[in-house]
Ligand binder design. Sequence first.
Ligand SMILES: [Zn+2]
Length: 350
Amino acid sequence: MPDPAAITGCIGLLLGGWRIVSVPNRWNWSNNRVCQSLYVNLPVTTAFITHRDCWRHDMGAHHPECPERLGAIQDRLIAAGLDLYLTYHDAPLADVEQLLRAHPQSYIDMLKANAPESGIVHLDPDTAMSPGTWQAALRAAGAGILATDLVMRKETPNAFCAVRPPGHHAESGRAMGFCFFNNIAVAVHHGLAAWGLKRIAIVDFDVHHGNGTEEIFAGDERVLMVGSFQHPFYPYCGTENPAANMCNVPLKAGTRGDVFRQMVTDVWLPRLRQFAPEMVYVSAGFDAHYEDDMASLGLVESDYGWVTEQIKAVAAASAQGRIVSILEGGYALSALARSVAAHIKVLAEL
Ligand SMILES: [Zn+2]
């Protein structure tokens, strides 16, 4: 028998005609899985993968990459009523074998050795480990592993990983830019190695260039990376596109949604369609938002919804709709939360 306490957090609703959804217990997400087992023929919905450990990585007061980012996202999804439609999962810990596909053992050992029991240890001027960092980083990398498995097993059409620390600046052997493990690279390598995928696309719309992802996959013809980033801006690279499978497009400070959309239409989409990926991963950073003073681009929520629609169309054409999206940046809490909601609303077709 399921736990009665779980049943109380779970009510079947008929919404949108005959669509049946389950209501998650927001404060114990794992209960939702028990709830769902009570119903037969439930439609699969977008998976939302996170973990409380991801709140325990703390780089100090006033650091923009703060635990409150996840709270803002969760609050917004609840306020907008979107949480009712998602399937909640706890992120597992990535294991060493999975990490080794993107990072050498020496780097993994270095990170573990630097994890402090108290206080903060800086690995670069803006990237620091606290007592909760090691566990959070393993969860953040593990989320993309679980997302890949859920999507490939057809348990969900797509997944969003609300995790931190972010990952796309982490190179194979170097932590930087708030990142430790390259979460999306670990997930993509899992799709290649564990599921035998032959062509995977990575879309990176964070305002910063995904230098770590580029370093890990440049020249790997199984992967196509399309990205955009403010330039010149941290990490002050990305214009070179060092290999044919890299398609990263610099944008001037002040660029707004109309120019971004034209670039996506003219540059990204033809490359993506030609590549015909079997799976699409998204480095979903929302720091190009107009309200985010980390950078100086001018995207708004509707731009994030629009680009998500384009990504969905690409995935529908060649990848059976399979999308795994992993949170990267986004530091203006309200704008971050509203943008994630716009992204998820399209992913979940709400
Ligand atoms: Zn960023």
